[in-house]
Write a protein that binds this ligand. Sequence first.
Ligand code: SF4
Ligand code: SF4
Length: 336
Amino acid sequence: MKKYTFYTIIYTKKGEAARLLCRTDCRTIAMFTLFDSQLKEVLRNTKSIAIVGAKDKEGQPVDRVGRYMLSRGFTVYPIHPVRKNVWGLETFKSIPELAEYLKIHSPQESSPDIICLFRASEYCYEHAIETKESGMKPKIFWLQEGIKNEDAAKCVQELGIRYVEDLCVKIEYERFFPKNFECDLCGVCCEGKNGIVVDNHTDLPRLLNYFHCTEEELDAQYTHIHNNKRVINSGNDGNCLFYDKEKACTIHTARPDICRAWPYFRGNIIDNLSYDMAKSDCKGLRHGKDLTHEDFKKEAAHYLLSEKLTKNKSDSSSANALKYSDDEINLMKEWK
Ligand code: SF4
Ligand code: SF4
C-alpha cells in the first residue's frame, strides 16, 4: 500500500505556528494538528514526565533535558533497563514497571503527564504498545528531536493521547515559559543548619513514603527537633544531609516544601532588599537579570499558589518563610 507522509509547520492568521502531520494511503487520510496555543496549554498543566532512555552522562541531550525538567519543578521518572540511579533518582526498568509503581504509590496519578522518548525511532512503537498495555494515559507521548514513528503515533492517538515527534520538550517548554529563575544546582541554599523545616501535613507523609519508613525511623536517621519544629539534619560538611556536590539534592522528588518554594520566600516577596540579597546569593535568580521586584512578586504568586506552597499563619509545624495571612493570600491572587 502506498503511503505518503508530510510533516510541516503552518501558520494561522494570528501568526501562530501549528505542526501539521498528514498521512495518506489508499484508504485513509489521517491528520493531526497541534497548535502552539494547544501545546502551550497542555504543557502549562503538566507536572510530571517519564524519560525513557534516561542517562546522566554529561553533555548528552537527555542529561540536559532531565536536569532542566527537574529544575522546572517537574517530577521526573527516569526509565532505563540497566542504570539504577539517574539524576539522584531511582530508575524504573520499563514503562510497565513505572505503571505498577504509580498504581501502588501514587494512585491519584496513575500516569506521568508526559512520556518522553530518547530512543531510536524503530523502538518507539514498542514503547507505545507498552503504554497502551500498562493502561497509562499521559497527556502527551513525546518523541524527542530526530525521532519519528508513524505506528507509534497511530497507536497512542487511538487511545486519545496527543502525539509529538521530532521536537525537544526542553526547547518547547522554554519557548512557552521562559524562565527568570533557573536553578544552577550550586547548592548554596542547601547549606547551613536547621533551616530545612519538615511540614507535618505535607512533607512528613511524602518523606515517609519516599523512605518507606515510620516517623520514629525518620527521626532516628534524618531529622531532629529544633525550636519545636522538625528539621532535616546536617551532614559532616555542614550542608543538608541530602545534598551531594555531584548529584545536588538526592531526595529531589521528596524534598520539603521549603525547598520547593525557594526563592519565593515571603521575605523576598514583601521586601525589595531581601530580594536583592537573594539575587546576590542565588545564581539561579540572576538569570532574570532584568526581573523587577514587581515581576518577581507576580511570578512568586503564580508559582506558590499553583503549587499550593503557602502555609497558614497558625500552623506551628510549617516554615515561617511560607506563612501568609488571609489578606496576603488574597493580594497574591490579584497579582497572579
Ligand atoms: S542557591 Fe539558587 S541556584 Fe543554587 S541551588 Fe539554590 S536555588 Fe539553585
Ligand atoms: S532537601 Fe534537597 S533541596 Fe532541600 S536543602 Fe536538602 S538537599 Fe537541598
